[in-house]
Design a protein around this ligand. Structure first.
Ligand code: LIP
Length: 406
């Protein structure tokens, strides 16, 4: 039995983290971050689970995480991390050196995945599971990869996290609203099902908690939600709230609370990483644009004009800039303006949340709490099954949960 190179903190608590899109920016930064924490090369700033009251829950230590994953990107994890270090300065060169051997070991556990129905922007120049396989065969292969990983590392639990590029939206998702309809579609080799659904189905039908960090369809399908509820498997999503939308969901309640009428809110996002490149394709961008825009519609139902743009600016690499212009009206019909600029390292904002979500879903799984996890809504732009978008109210739910279960 190989435990890989990473030290486990406690042999009875070995949590496996299976990243779909394991060589992408967010996955690479999550792995680098977890291993840097384990090796004492960085601290846990940015992790919600390291702050009271959430830190009082019994959560698996990040130092004990064992990583594996799927990807269609053949270039190694080390090469990805080196590129991020050179282009973005994150991680810095010293941190990268500290975790380099870990990355080499983890890279050997990354299996070839599928990008079926992910659009040309994602699947060009990739290595993929053979297109001749049936949908059922692809699911079986994915499940096999999960189980081999779990068994060979003697894992207590395996949490699957989708951090792959955003897929185009699935047309008529209500076709798969029941478990029967979804399973029949799989048996009939329905070629409309996208990769995220296959990964989510493989995970949840095998009893593995699932996180959808992206806007892709995955566990939002009715059939998958029913399967998770019936099998009591915890799952959560979708589209992590890391930057501009995080600020919006904290700021918009202020306008609502003071009865200031927002006439227009323009949000312009520019970034130069692979996510930005994929989102150049209109079909892939549709889901992201709607989860970013819907937050304001829900907090400010009488908003006059609400628009979000995302543009690819290659030279910015992973440094995402958002410029928001808010035109609003106050007493005596006085028109006023507010603007803000957010400049964030896209992956460094996302990575600690990946680690938090693995810990929190493991906690739910350990307690036997299956199905959706509404206490985790603050992590997402479009939390499945939760209508509340106000960041501080969402956080209250998490804090109440932590107080109750500490
Ligand atoms: O969280 P946020 O800054 O509003 O939204 C962001 C998107 O605008 C961006 O395109 C994507 O790359 C980020 O991962 C994140 O989802």
């Amino acid at each position: 039995m190989s435990h890989g190179i990473e030290p486990a903190v406690d042999d009875t608590d070995r949590t496996g983290v299976w990243l779909v899109g394991a060589r992408g920016n967010v996955a690479t930064m999550s792995i680098v971050g977890a291993r840097a924490i384990a090796r004492g090369a960085t601290n846990t700033t940015g992790m919600v689970t390291e702050r009271d009251p959430v830190s009082s829950l019994e959560l698996p230590p990040v130092e004990g995480f064992i990583f594996g994953g799927h990807d269609i990107e053949p270039e190694s994890l080390v090469a990805q991390a080196e590129r991020q270090c050179d282009r973005n300065g994150v991680p810095d060169a010293d941190t990268l050196e500290t975790v380099r051997d870990d990355l080499v070991a983890i890279d050997e556990r990354i299996e070839v995945g599928t990008a079926v129905n992910c659009g040309a922007a994602v699947s060009e120049d990739s290595e993929q599971l053979a297109e001749t396989l049936s949908i059922r065969d692809v699911i079986d292969q994915i499940r096999d990869d999960y189980e081999t990983f779990r068994d060979s590392h003697d894992l207590e639990r395996l949490v699957v996290v989708n951090v792959a590029s955003t897929e185009p939206e699935l047309a008529e998702p209500e076709r798969y609203d029941t478990r029967d309809a979804l399973e029949r579609a799989i048996d009939e080799d329905d070629r409309d099902l996208p990769a995220s659904v296959l990964y989510a189905y493989a995970a949840i039908s095998s009893g593995h908690p699932f996180v959808n960090f992206t806007p892709s369809t995955a566990n939002t399908l009715g059939g998958i939600r029913k399967l998770a509820a019936e099998n009591e498997v915890p799952h959560v999503g979708r589209d992590a709230k890391t930057g501009e939308t995080l600020v919006k969901s904290a700021l918009a309640p202020m306008f609502a609370g003071r009865n200031l009428r927002v006439l227009s809110w323009e949000g312009h996002n520019i970034l130069g990483n692979t996510d930005g490149l994929v989102l150049e394709d209109e079909a892939n961008a549709a889901g992201k644009l709607s989860s970013k825009g819907d937050v304001l519609d829900s907090i400010l139902p009488d908003i006059g004009h609400n628009r979000v743009r995302i543009d690819y600016t290659p030279s910015l690499a992973d440094w995402k800039t958002a410029w928001d212009y808010i035109h609003f009206e106050g007493f005596l019909e006085t028109e006023m303006k507010m603007q803000f600029t957010w400049e964030g390292s896209d992956s460094a904002l996302a990575a600690p949340l990946v680690l938090d979500l693995v810990r929190l879903l493991s906690h739910a799984d350990e307690r036997g709490d299956g199905g959706l996890q509404p206490q985790l809504a603050s992590f997402f732009k479009a939390p499945i099954g939760v209508d509340e978008h106000d960041f501080s109210r969402q956080l209250d739910r998490l804090y109440d949960y932590a107080e109750e279960h500490r």
